[in-house]
Design a binder for this molecule. Structure first.
Ligand code: BGC
Length: 914
């Protein structure tokens, strides 16, 4: 037995993070036993674990140990700036014991107590450098740099960049809180003279951004500034602090201009004059908090795959993959020479194309100082696959260029492999969508003049995001951001978080992220402490809708507010962006779901009054919904795929109406040529609604469709990420003339959650995967599927593969200390303990999926179907071709009079068996 992945608050060896409580996590692998008998966590003040400061004792039946020190009256209270070491010992039910390696966590300095002063350049510049020299005179034992800067900062000690993260201090609502980082600095200090330098750029704080109102820059402030304290502890135990103050100097810096959207102009030839700094007492210290954001790092490096010379005479690098980050190049230019690159997502007419990035210039202009070195931008990033390069000379060496993919440091936890190459490409595209858009905040897209934390995109993608990567700390910080916005608006959740550019409006399916994301986080990661922290935001949002409802006479229908509807769906009458489904229906469905989930969260947290309240509310909304949207006999008033999918997915139907709804949904899909026509809202739940209600085959059909509109249509056209619109690129390769064509918008990537939940059939039945549902739903057209998920409880595997002789092999892995409910298509259903399981069975009869909604032409082209038709309704075989356009139901109604109903039913019944 081994213990791995030891984490504090889900972070490996955290240094300087904000912590109100401590959650200890770990995973047990290679165990003899099946269950934990007890676990014991010990924390020490020293690396040898001899000065124990906390001992949990033997805790039976633990999952994540939570140690909430705020409530602790005696004993261990972690001290600021201190590093603690810890380990965990586990005994399993076979009597074996294992002890983890020693891990650590280090506390930040006191958040609001600073000796350093906020300082800024005297002149207002787009970018500047603040610096000072200082001496150290003895050998150094320990050094820490506590620092923040606004908008963005990079800090250098003796010419070397401190830390390997970028775009610090990250993106959040700077009015509400300011994050500072902690860096280990002892290795970088020199005995004698040292030089500390802080570079500042606009970033989100002061930069240009998309806005619906007048103000489109300086949203949070107009002055670049920094605050820092460098603690140096010498061998003799004395500590000195080098703090930002009026003794610092400032200069313009080599960055002439930097903006997130536009890129950077860097000139290494500039002679820079020394200036004084000014102190900004008005900035205060109240907003300062130890960091919550995980670091943005270079997570992958991609080399160009080809160099393209275009008819226009352009020189373009193709990196073969759409992504976000920047390109670093090896400078060989003589002094004073300038080169430039521009980032783009797609070629048009085999030439460079930039228009879909709208006003974002996405360039990097560099003037060389003649030194050979790697050069990169600092206070910007790009969403791109292609790079137009100019001024690099005639002889381009591809090895001189490398794309550095930037995103918040998260490890991949989900791995999918199927027997279908195009589906594998789709899965990769969705993963790259996350890699490109998880840059401190989950953004809609990484390339054009937008890149904002759109809440709707987050809401639909969060489930996929949590499968693909360990995203718990990332979303924890984002939900904290969201709550800061809610606090300012009496519970309202704005369109984008942080609310950099939009007013106070809300929208169903967007703002509901406040409820849906916390619940998903809880189920996926099982941390009750996080749920507790986020519950206030859930409740505040739900109570907002309820207040709006009250203004309308407590009808339990969400009439108020203006919504995005089923954004970008294809069923809107005049191509309207908000789609073809009644907005109030969508809003009320979400109102219902919010009430259900908030009641569940209240139950976990034992807030019994809320449980009763919200359950009652959910019941009333459901009744009102049914009164408003269903006819007496069960027809749904909104006749769209999205409306049916939502109602089926959320369970908003009356007992007994289900079948009719499913049939109608199927018909709607068949009428649309067997394709979806859903937007942001419907797409996220369409396949799940089908698989949940016996139409798994149709769900697979949607996954596997290759014609427009479908996921694989994009793959066929060479997509390497997910597009904003189903038809962002037209079949001839041209961009959709309607505009708004991001080629890296992850929202429709929500399909990957369906692949895990239904294809592989894995779900947490209890929070944190303590109890696992495994119910694979195979489909022959995919050949095989393997899903592996590194859950909070350990590795979960579910796979299947079609074999010869019409057999199928299922295999699963259930991690230590969990149980799984295993359900196979043949009806096998059992509860199993941790271990590996294998089954070879007859492949489930898949059927052809025929029923009353199948197009008659399809039936007539199938031999078996013709045979059945010949038996039960031979007339059909003799109808002229031009009269059989339509589905079976429609044609049969034309052909048979009422008395033949029985005949018709029999025919459908037999066809379904095929
Ligand atoms: C964004 C979307 C967002 C939508 C809302 C767009 O501009 O890119 O992803 O959800 O607006 O209407």
């Amino acid at each position: 037995m081994r213990i791995v992945n030891t984490r504090i608050n889900h972070i490996e060896n955290p240094v300087g993070f904000h912590m109100d409580s401590l959650t200890f996590n770990w995973k047990v692998v290679d165990a003899e036993g099946k269950r934990i008998r007890w676990a014991r966590v010990q924390v020490a003040a020293d690396q040898d674990m001899s000065q124990i400061v906390y001992d949990s004792g033997l805790c039976p039946k633990v999952f994540n140990i939570l140690y909430d020190w705020k409530k602790e009256t005696a004993g261990f209270v972690p001290q600021p700036c201190m590093r603690y070491y810890w380990w965990v010992t586990v005994e399993d039910n076979a009597g074996c014991q294992a002890m983890s390696e020693i891990s650590f966590f280090e506390m930040a300095k006191p958040e609001k107590e600073w000796e350093g002063k906020w300082i800024a350049s005297m002149l207002k510049r787009n970018s500047c450098v603040l610096y000072r020299e200082f001496e150290t005179d003895q050998s150094i034992q320990w050094a820490r740099l506590y620092i923040t800067g606004l908008g963005l900062y990079e800090v250098y000690l003796n010419g070397q960049k401190v830390g390997d993260e970028y775009l610090t201090p990250g993106f959040n609502d700077y009015e509400s809180f300011l994050q500072f980082q902690t860096y280990e600095a002892e290795e970088m200090l020199r005995n004698g003279r040292n030089h500390l330098e802080i570079w500042l750029g606009n970033g989100w704080y002061r930069g240009r951004y998309l806005s619906f109102d007048e103000k489109s820059s300086e949203r949070y402030g107009d002055t670049l500034c920094a605050l820092a304290e460098l603690y140096v502890k010498y061998e003799d135990g004395t500590i000195t602090k080098i703090c930002t103050d009026c003794d610092w100097k400032s200069k313009g810096g080599n960055i002439v201009h930097a903006e997130l959207y536009d890129g950077e102009i860097l000139d290494d030839t500039l002679a820079l004059a020394e200036e004084c700094v000014k102190v900004l007492p008005e900035m205060g210290y109240e907003r300062l908090e130890a960091r919550r954001s995980i670091p943005i790092k270079v997570m992958h490096i991609k080399n160009p795959v080809s160099l393209i010379h275009t008819a226009k005479g352009e020189c373009i690098l193709d990196f073969g993959q759409n992504m976000a980050g920047w390109v670093t190049f090896y400078n060989r230019l003589p002094q004073g020479h300038t080169c430039r690159y521009v980032a783009g997502e797609i070629l048009q007419d085999n030439c460079f194309y930039h228009e879909n990035l709208r006003s974002a210039k996405t360039e990097f202009v560099y003037t060389s100082d003649g030194q050979e070195k790697w050069v990169r931008p600092h206070f910007t990033y790009y969403g791109f696959r292609y790079l137009l390069i100019e001024g690099f000379g005639d002889c381009i060496d591809l090895n001189d260029f490398a794309a550095e993919v930037l995103y918040s440091q998260m490890e991949q936890t989900g791995f999918l492999q199927t027997g279908h190459e195009k589906v594998n490409q789709l899965i990769s595209n969705v993963l790259w969508g996350q890699r490109s858009n998880f840059i401190d905040v989950p953004t809609d897209c990484p390339q054009r003049d937008e890149r904002l934390g759109w809440t709707g995109d987050t809401q639909v993608f969060a489930g996929t995001g949590m499968f693909q990567m360990n995203a718990v700390v990332f979303y924890r910080k984002y939900m904290y951001d969201m709550y800061q916005e809610q606090k300012k608006r009496n519970g309202k959740v704005p369109f984008v978080v942080p609310n950099i550019s939009f007013g106070d409006q809300v929208s169903a399916a967007w703002s509901d992220a406040a409820v849906i994301v916390p619940w998903k986080l809880y189920m996926m990661y099982g941390d009750k402490e996080i749920l507790k922290e986020q519950y206030t935001g859930m409740k505040a949002w739900l109570d907002y809708i309820r207040r709006r409802d009250r203004e309308n006479g407590d009808q339990r229908i969400w009439y108020a507010d203006c919504h995005f509807g089923d954004w970008l769906s294809l069923d809107a009458p005049n191509n309207e962006l908000t789609g073809g489904t009644d907005m109030v229906l969508i809003a009320t469905a979400y109102y219902y779901q919010d009430a259900v989930l908030t009641a569940k969260a209240a139950e976990v947290l034992e807030y019994w009054q809320d449980v009763a309240d919200y359950r009652q509310l959910a019941k009333e909304i459901c009744q009102a919904f049914q009164r408003e949207y269903f006819t007496e006999s069960g027809r749904l008033a909104a006749d769209t795929q999205t409306a049916h999918a939502l109602v089926l997915f959320m369970g908003l139907y009356r007992e007994g109406q289900q079948l009719r709804l499913v049939e109608r949904l199927e018909e709607l899909i068949q009428q649309n040529g067997g394709c979806l026509n859903t937007g942001f809202v419907g797409t996220a739940c369409l396949c799940s609604a089908l698989s949940m209600h016996g139409k798994n085959r149709l769900a697979y059909q949607l996954l596997l469709n290759e014609d427009y509109p479908s996921w694989l249509y994009q793959v066929n056209l060479g997509a390497t990420t997910i597009w904003e619109r189903w038809n962002s690129v037209l079949p001839d390769g041209r961009l959709n003339p309607d505009g708004m064509n991001s080629l890296n918008h992850y929202a429709y990537g929500a399909i990957v959650e369906w692949i895990y939940h239904y294809g592989a059939g894995i779900k947490p039945l209890e929070p944190g995967w303590r109890k696992i549902g495994i119910a694979p739903m195979p489909d022959r057209r995919l050949g095989k599927l393997q899903a592996e998920y590194q859950s909070e409880s350990g590795k979960v595997v579910s796979g299947w593969e079609y074999l010869e002789n019409d057999r199928i092999h299922y295999y699963m892995e259930v991690p230590f200390n969990t149980t799984a409910e295993l359900t196979l298509p043949d009806g096998t259903c059992m509860e199993v303990k941790s271990g590996h399981y294998d089954y070879i069975q007859c492949a489930p009869k898949q059927g052809k999926g025929f029923d009353s909604s199948t197009e008659v032409t399809v039936l007539l082209s199938d031999d078996e179907a013709r045979e059945v038709i010949g038996k039960h309704a031979p007339e059909l075989l003799h109808i002229p071709v031009q009269c059989v356009q339509g589905n079976l139901k429609k044609i049969m109604l034309n052909v048979f009079s009422g008395g033949d109903r029985l005949k018709y039913d029999k025919l459908v019944e037999e066809l379904k068996k095929l």
